[in-house]
Design a protein. Structure first.
Length: 131
């Protein structure tokens, strides 16, 4: 009879570790899905950092050729760099805030961070296009 109790305890202990592994994979899956969205924003910001200065250079050359030196401006470097820094920083902050919390709270933290990144990205895009 004691062998039977021992088997029941070992089976229960083995089963207890499985939900921990499964929940880790759920957290990992949610993090990977959100990482794709954050990566898209990062890719967009890097593209802007590379291409916007080229557009400014072309515009400035045109202005100088036509005697419109008052319209020559330098690229808005600070907003362009902020656009590159914000997505990874927000993702890491959301992971840190959401870790060791329930899955829905973890997901909510990532969703809020993604909303923050989208708002900052749109604001910076609007600012850069008005310069």
């Amino acid at each position: 009879m004691s062998d039977h109790e021992h088997d029941a305890v070992s089976v229960t202990a083995g089963d207890a570790s499985e939900p921990g592994r499964a929940s880790f994979f759920f957290y990992l899956a949610v993090a990977i899905v959100f990482a794709v969205f954050f990566a898209f924003d990062l890719f967009e910001a890097i593209s802007n950092l590379v291409l916007v200065p080229q557009v400014f250079t072309q515009n400035n050359d045109f202005y100088r050729e036509n005697g419109l030196d008052g319209l020559v401006v330098s690229p808005p470097w600070v907003p362009l760099i902020v656009g590159v820094v914000v997505p990874p920083l927000a993702f890491v902050a959301a992971i840190v805030v959401g870790r060791r919390r329930e899955l829905w709270k973890f997901t909510l933290a990532l969703f809020a961070a993604l909303g923050l990144v989208a708002a900052v990205s749109l604001t910076l895009t609007a600012y850069v296009t008005t310069v």
